[in-house]
Design a binder for this molecule. Structure first.
Ligand SMILES: Nc1nc2c(ncn2[C@@H]2O[C@H](COP(=O)(O)OP(=O)(O)OP(=O)(O)O)[C@@H](O)[C@H]2O)c(=O)[nH]1
Length: 508
């Protein structure tokens, strides 16, 4: 094989091996296959190995596609059901336009998992708004409407907002059973499902919805869509690369058989000439004979050279194509890597405040606890909760509440150091992690945080309003679990609330 082709195949194998690592960590069966593919590629550079790679990947890609479709179908059905549930409520009704718009959006996007969070947000927001603005007179359902409800069974229409809220919450909880999440999110998932199934208050919905969307983004960001399209792309690229390699092999084979044909013909001509020379009787006929033979040999050589040129040109072209394919494959893999990074970053940040969210906290705290337990370096956490936040919402509205939630962390940041990590843990709850910080120091910082928030005048419809926070702060004892540390800190926060709020309580 030509050295240029060797180099291309070697870099191709490297590219396959490197890019296949991207797909790992999503499914044990797929992981095992990818590992064995890499092991095989390391051992051999034969085109047959590439073919086997294709054959192994293909059913997995198909399986992923089927699973993704089934999940998307459940998702679509649940969203449509949510709309139906609201429609069945006697005193609420979507505007015809809004309902149509939502259904069109669902129809357009249900198969694209990356749009799920946005889709879910739209539907649930529309549901919340519709619930908050009941129609004056109870509506009567048309016969067609009753006949063609999407829901099966003979459920009674929901009779109150709390009942409908519990429908909405149950639908969200059911959605969560439909996503696959890494193990570290298990507790969070259970917490949210529990909170959802016990929720009948519309005001709790935005916070719960945020958490559901975050989890869906974690699930969607890490898996399915990108991975599936990446795998099918990889599959196609491998197939076309494989075809190029086989063409190259054929061209190589043709070249060597052409060479052999030529040398056989050449040898035959020389043999014939020798025999004829030996048998020649006079000089003139010998001259004519040699002229003829030389002519034949020159023609054969010209034909051979033309053939070789054509084959070399073809081989060079197919090597260039191969190089282009490999570099395209690398570009695709880089694109996928950066898409995945974007999605993960998106999934780890809170949309309202831009702070890292609860999922990000989970990813951060566990390694810090392990390292603190190993090195003995002090680690503190603080739970900060806005005081009487419900009253702020009730008095000035949710939008004003949102403004407060955005401004508070900005003020908090202004007195913290950059190594202190802040998260929006839930609705009006913020967490601060203090790595390599003693409890005394962490307590001092918490006091500064509390003071700066209390001093900030929050502008509510033109009036300055004071908002305060309460904080519980404690130090990791090196042995306890995260949940124990968290529960202990939460208790301190509770004591701060009990003491009259705008207070920091620390471990003894
Ligand atoms: N505006 C707004 N409100 C939110 C958000 N997340 C949660 N909430 C609201 O925050 C309020 C929290 O209320 P509670 O848990 O009763 O506590 P509180 O009123 O702050 O009272 P204390 O904590 O006891 O001082 C609820 O009314 C939630 O609806 C959000 O993202 N935006």
């Amino acid at each position: 094989m030509a050295p240029a082709q060797d180099i291309v195949i070697e870099s191709l194998l490297k590219a396959i091996s490197r890019t296949s690592m991207l797909a790992e960590g999503n499914d044990p069966e797929l992981d095992a296959t990818l590992q064995s593919i890499r092991a095989n590629l390391g051992k051999s550079q034969e085109p047959e190995v590439l073919q086997q790679t294709l054959q192994t990947l293909e059913p997995l890609v198909l399986k992923y596609d089927e699973e993704r479709l089934a999940r998307a179908q459940v998702f679509r059905a649940q969203l449509l059901q949510l709309i139906d549930t609201v429609e069945e409520l006697p005193s609420t009704q979507f505007s015809v336009l809004l309902k149509k718009e939502l259904e069109t959006e669902i129809r357009r996007h249900w198969q694209t998992t990356s749009t799920w969070p946005e889709l879910l947000k739209k539907v649930v927001q529309a549901v919340s708004e519709t619930l908050q603005n009941p129609t004056a007179s109870p509506k009567s359902k048309s016969l067609l409407g009753r006949l063609f409800r999407r829901k099966s069974g003979d459920e009674k229409p929901a009779s109150s907002h709390s009942e409908i809220m519990s429908h909405v919450s149950h639908t969200l909880a059911a959605l969560l059973t439909n996503i696959t999440l890494p193990d570290v999110y298990r507790d969070q998932l259970l917490d949210i499902q529990k909170a959802l199934t016990g929720n009948s208050d519309l005001n709790h919905l935005p916070a719960l919805l945020d958490e559901v969307i975050n989890l869906i983004m974690v699930a969607v960001g890490k898996t399915q869509e990108d991975l599936t399209s990446y795998l099918s792309q990889l599959n196609q690229q491998l197939a076309s690369i494989n075809a190029s390699i086989l063409t190259n092999y054929k061209a190589q084979k043709n070249m060597s058989s052409s060479r052999k044909d030529f040398s056989d013909t050449f040898k035959q001509h020389v043999d014939n000439t020798q025999t004829d020379v030996r048998n020649a009787t006079d000089l003139n006929s010998l001259k004519t004979l040699i002229d003829e033979r030389m002519h034949t040999i020159t023609e054969a050589m010209a034909t051979f050279q033309d053939k070789m040129h054509a084959q070399e040109k073809q081989a060079a072209q197919s090597i260039t194509q191969l190089k282009n394919k490999v570099s395209r494959m690398e570009q695709d893999a880089n694109q996928l890597r950066s898409n995945m990074q974007d999605k993960i970053a998106q999934a780890l940040s809170d949309a309202l405040t831009g702070l890292p969210n609860r999922a990000a906290y989970q990813e951060t705290i566990f390694p810090l606890l392990t390292s603190s337990a190993q090195t003995g370096s002090p680690l503190c956490i603080a739970i900060c909760d806005v005081d009487h936040f419900k009253k702020i919402n009730d008095t000035w509205g949710h939008l004003a509440g949102d403004k407060v939630l955005k401004l508070i962390p900005k003020q908090m940041h202004s007195v913290l150091k950059k190594e202190h990590l802040m998260f929006r843990y839930g609705g009006e709850e913020f967490l601060i992690v203090f790595p390599m910080t003693s409890l005394d120091q962490a307590f001092d910082y918490c006091q500064k945080v509390r003071e700066i928030v209390a001093k900030t005048p929050f502008n509510m419809s033109g009036d300055p309003v004071s908002v305060t926070i309460s904080i519980g702060v404690s130090i990791f004892n090196g042995k306890e679990s995260h949940d124990e540390l968290f529960a202990r800190t939460d208790k301190l926060l509770y004591q701060a609330k009990e003491k009259g709020r705008n207070t920091v309580i620390r471990d003894n």
